[in-house]
Design a protein around this ligand. Structure first.
Ligand code: PDD
Length: 281
């Protein structure tokens, strides 16, 4: 693979980042994942806007404007001949040359920028979307600024491992009795034809796919209620699904061993996945 590091396109074996980089030592950085379908970036504007917001919230200088980010993404997609998959982008506070809790002077320490591609043939035509996914619920013990897309992904990784140990695909996170989101996705249920999803706040990541989905749902005259829901409500729902840049719209057919609806992907999730893929190509 050809990767991008601080202005250079390099074979991955030649790419270097300092051991003192604050992304490495402190998880002091943010990221974005943009999917690529038929060689085209999906929902790209949303990703650069959220990147700018995450950086601003942490006081990290945005190293590029939206046009430059787009150019780098396109160049990397072209150099890797990527047709279907993802572009991963990470910006950290950079390398101050030593370990220190205090932020370095931004006039001296510049952010570190890394991008790489991941080829995923079958991302759109994913058999998991036909079967539906199974999830468990686990406590949400993450920090209180989940709206910032930081690289601090230890608990989401642990959640995926808990799901794997339980023989299922993913975990839904629960706080004060209500589902916040999935380990790496936003979650929804459908009851009586109404789509229910948690409103935006600092408790969840403001998904770019979520924003697109709500737009498409409105265009399709589907009713969306933005309110928190419980695990019990989800188990008793007609349908459940989640959204993310890498999974698009993914039906959920089992929660904590209980079948959701018929136990097969429902019509609303299936239709929204089709709409999302059509609109993204
Ligand atoms: N994850 N919630 C969390 C905690 C996430 O990590 C993600 C994305 C989402 C969905 O956001 P979007 O629709 O913008 O992808 C929600 C990415 C895909 C990842 O970590 O790989």
């Amino acid at each position: 693979r050809i990767v991008y590091v601080n202005g250079e396109y390099l074979p991955e074996a030649e790419a270097r980042v300092s051991v003192f980089d604050r992304g490495f030592l402190m998880a002091d950085g943010v990221y974005e994942v943009t999917s690529v379908l038929d060689g085209k970036l999906v929902d790209f504007a949303g990703h650069t806007q959220r990147l700018a917001r995450s950086l601003a919230e942490l006081g990290i200088e945005n190293p590029m404007g939206a046009e430059e980010w787009l150019a780098v993404h396109r160049e990397l997609v072209a150099r890797n001949a990527l047709t279907e998959g993802m572009v991963y982008l990470q910006v950290t506070r950079g390398n101050p040359g030593d370990r220190d809790f205090a932020f370095p002077d931004p006039a001296v320490t510049k952010p570190t920028v890394v991008l790489f591609t991941q080829s995923k043939p079958g991302l759109a035509d994913n058999p998991a979307a036909k079967a539906g996914m199974k999830v468990i619920s686990i406590p949400d013990i993450r920090w209180g600024r989940r709206d910032i897309k930081t690289v601090q992904l230890l608990y989401p990784s642990m959640g995926k491992m808990m799901a794997k140990a339980a023989g299922v695909d993913d975990a839904w996170l629960v706080e004060d009795g209500f589902v916040t989101e999935g380990t790496s996705n936003n979650v929804y249920i459908v009851k009586g034809g109404r789509i229910v999803t948690r409103p935006l706040s600092n408790d969840i990541l403001h998904g770019i796919t979520r924003a697109a989905l709500l737009r498409y749902a409105a265009e399709a005259q589907l009713t969306v209620e933005e309110r928190p829901f419980t695990v019990d409500e989800a188990k008793a729902a007609d349908e459940a699904f989640f959204t993310s840049a890498s999974a698009f719209v993914m039906p959920v057919v089992e929660i904590d061993g209980a079948k959701v609806g018929t136990g097969a992907p429902g019509p609303v999730a299936t239709r929204l996945r089709e709409i999302y893929l059509d609109e993204s190509r």
